[in-house]
Design a protein around this ligand. Structure first.
Ligand code: ATP
Ligand code: 5RP
Length: 327
């Protein structure tokens, strides 16, 4: 690419709307991973919509019906498909709003399309018709224990649940998760698994440090144009923290996928050098998403690599419009 050109300007000027789907259970870390794209391109270019807004029933009604929000039939997936189609065509939508603080619906809101639209939630691409509308899909899949530790922390703090009600709800959700949410994992372009750190559960939790695996099917786009250089001097001499990076091939849902496993911490210098590599290789910049952090975790590195992968997918569409997925 021309070195004086900023690819964000190309995106701004292009009519193409790139749609990303991030699926996973409640509190699984979807926002944590998708936020990097907003941090890189800014809110002017990136719109995030929570699929929770497409629930058909409020919390009280769901409780009376004895159902969880994970049922496909408890969500208006037809309206969701229509809204993705409209936003992709550059049109505005009038969208329902689900308020987690009260468990009820607020007034609908009008939303204008932007150049990246991220749909995150339980069922962003739960049907084949929905799946065909996306340019890139991610499935976030923390280990059961990790996920429920996060959910308890978050829902009791921010969503006004009491501990017992939350545990009962979590138990009730298990089978619906396997039936209605997890199947999306089979078709995701990128799958993120999160486990307690191999350097110690307690220490890891305190430092927000987990073992994170980013897996992708061996496909044409995989790490295209990516040169990931990690400065060994930073790792060995300048940092006193544990860090490991390895690659595996493994089978998930009958697909053989290649996984990048990251655990431990890097110093900010190392990640800033990687950000510069991304700027150089993609001409998107400035990329500076890790300000004021004393250490950089595996989650952070995977967020950055995943964003890089998405940017490359977007670049390939610009280079070759016929390359558009589902064109
Ligand atoms: N990779 C991670 N490392 C450390 N903590 C995490 C990570 N991912 C998520 N968390 C914790 O879990 C909480 C929920 O994460 P996040 O908001 O990203 O989940 P979500 O899937 O978007 O949730 P929901 O869709 O239910 O709003 C965060 O506030 C954070 O405490
Ligand atoms: O699975 C969820 C996604 O966040 C929530 O439980 C669902 O959206 C219902 O929200 P609430 O529990 O606040 O009524």
């Amino acid at each position: 690419m021309n070195s004086s050109h900023n690819f964000s300007d190309t995106i701004r000027e292009s009519p193409y709307v790139f749609v990303i789907g991030v699926a996973g259970d409640s509190g699984s870390g979807k926002t944590t991973f998708s936020r990097a794209i907003t941090e890189i391109f800014g809110e002017e270019l990136v719109l995030t919509i929570t699929v929770d807004d497409y629930h058909l029933y409020d919390r009280k009604t769901r409780n009376e019906m004895g159902i969880t929000p994970l049922l496909l039939s408890a969500n208006n997936l037809t309206l969701l498909a229509q809204h993705i189609t409209d936003l992709k065509a550059g049109k505005s939508i009038i969208k329902p709003v689900y308020d987690h603080a009260t468990g009820t619906f607020s007034d609908p809101e009008t939303i204008k399309s932007k150049k990246f639209v991220i749909f995150e939630g339980l069922h962003p691409y739960a049907t084949e018709d929905l799946r065909n509308l996306y340019d890139y899909t991610i499935f976030v899949d923390p280990d059961y224990e990790v996920k429920y530790d996060w959910k308890i922390r978050r829902d009791i703090g921010n969503r006004n649940y009491n501990h017992e009600a939350l545990l009962a709800e979590m138990e009730m959700r298990k089978s619906d998760y396997n039936l209605y949410v997890k199947p999306q994992r089979k078709t995701a372009d990128a799958l993120i698994e999160i486990f307690y750190s191999s350097y110690g559960k307690q220490e890891g939790t305190l430092r927000n440090m987990y073992q994170v695996i980013l897996s992708m099917p061996a496909q044409e786009y995989c790490f295209e144009d990516i040169e990931l250089n990690i400065d060994l001097c930073d790792l060995f001499k300048k940092s006193t923290h544990n860090f490991s990076l390895s690659c595996i091939s493994h089978k998930i849902d009958e697909r053989v996928v290649r996984g990048l496993i990251v655990d431990g911490e890097l110093i900010p210098d190392t990640i800033h050098k990687i950000e510069k590599q991304i700027e150089y290789q993609t001409q998107v910049g400035p990329i500076n998403i890790f300000n004021n952090q004393s250490h950089i975790t595996g989650t952070d590195l995977i967020r950055l690599i995943l964003s890089w992968q998405i940017i490359n997918r977007r670049i390939s569409i610009s280079r070759n419009p016929a390359d558009k997925p589902h064109a």
